[in-house]
Design a protein around this ligand. Structure first.
Ligand code: GRG
Length: 300
């Protein structure tokens, strides 16, 4: 199979559409009460996201020949956690933002209590998906998927990273401290998406799984470095969220720690580390390599 740029573009659009359809299907219908909460959940999830986490699950699934319908559900579970985190992150008690994915944030469009409940309900729905569909060949592997997502979302993953982020406002963090924060806040879910995609298919050997994990860790961090660069350099219109938020909130970032040039260089270095981790997987890792390129070169 040729994996050129046009092919990747088509693959990405097809899989973004599949992720979108899956999310639309698993979200509670508006006919079910409470309709306003269900409407707000859809508002938070549908439309506008890049769907990077489901794409990572689909790309990892190519390493293990996993059935797309399983991967779509596993990727949707991770994306629901991601969507919940954005809704809560935008609340006045956290980042206090009014714009997300080019539209008013959930608490602005609805109200704070609804935004809180949207996040809670999206998180529960994510675990429901992992529990009610057959997603792996063996029950124990599916249980591992549940454990990985719980760990990635929890206090030793994303929620913990967010706590460090909030505590770091107004402080200087060195690169090691920044890395610790972002491995948790952003990296944990990206890593989880990749591993969940791989757990949907043929079992990986220990060494292969370690390579995939190394790839996912490097690309999770690269994603954050690029996010910091975009926050500093791109416009609100391009990002669909308020640009310059980090500087405005006096948050330590890779740009404040390293400067723009060195942050760019660090993103390239992490991309190279991700590539090196993929090398032993050969052609089966090609899609992940293309997606890593997209993550590092993205403009929004
Ligand atoms: C509230 C528990 C809790 C956690 C919040 C995700 C998060 C943690 C905060 C969001 C703030 C932020 C800018 C994080 C950095 C990276 C990130 C997650 C960016 C947004 O993700 P994208 O670019 O967004 O994948 P789309 O809209 O494309 O889905």
């Amino acid at each position: 199979m040729s994996l050129d740029a046009a092919d990747f573009d088509t693959w990405m659009r097809q899989h973004q559409a599949l992720a979108e359809q899956t999310l639309a299907k698993v979200l509670p219908a508006l006919e079910h009460a409470p309709a306003r909460l269900h409407e707000a959940m859809r508002y938070a999830v549908i439309g506008g996201g890049k769907r990077v986490r489901p794409l990572l699950a689909f790309a990892a699934a190519e390493v293990v020949e996993a059935p797309p319908e399983r991967v779509a559900l596993a990727g949707a579970a991770v994306e629901l956690i991601h969507a919940y985190s954005l809704v809560h992150d935008d609340l006045p008690c956290m980042d206090d933002d009014t714009l997300r994915r080019g539209k008013p944030t959930v608490h602005v469009q609805y109200d704070e209590a609804t935004a809180l409940l949207v996040g809670d309900a999206l998180q529960s729905l994510a675990f429901q998906l992992l529990a009610e569909h057959t997603l792996a060949e063996e029950p124990l592997r599916q249980l591992e998927m549940v454990r990985l997502l719980a760990q990635a979302a929890g206090s030793r993953g994303m929620a913990g990273g967010q706590a460090i982020d909030l505590a770091s406002i107004g402080h200087t963090l060195d690169v090691t401290e920044l890395e610790f924060m972002h491995i948790h806040k952003t990296g944990a879910l990206i890593r989880c998406a990749t591993l969940l995609g791989a757990l949907c298919g043929n079992p990986l050997g220990e060494a292969e799984r370690a390579h995939l994990d190394r790839f996912a860790k490097a690309i999770g961090l690269a994603f954050q470095v690029v996010d910091d660069l975009l926050d500093a350099e791109a416009s609100t219109a391009t990002l669909g969220k308020t640009a310059g938020k980090d500087a405005q909130a006096n948050k330590p970032t890779y740009v404040t720690a390293l400067g723009v040039r060195a942050a760019r260089q660090w993103a390239r270095e992490l991309r190279a580390q991700a590539d090196a981790a993929l090398a032993p997987l050969g052609a089966r890792g090609a899609r992940l390599g293309q997606l890593a390129d997209f993550i590092v070169k993205r403009e929004f």
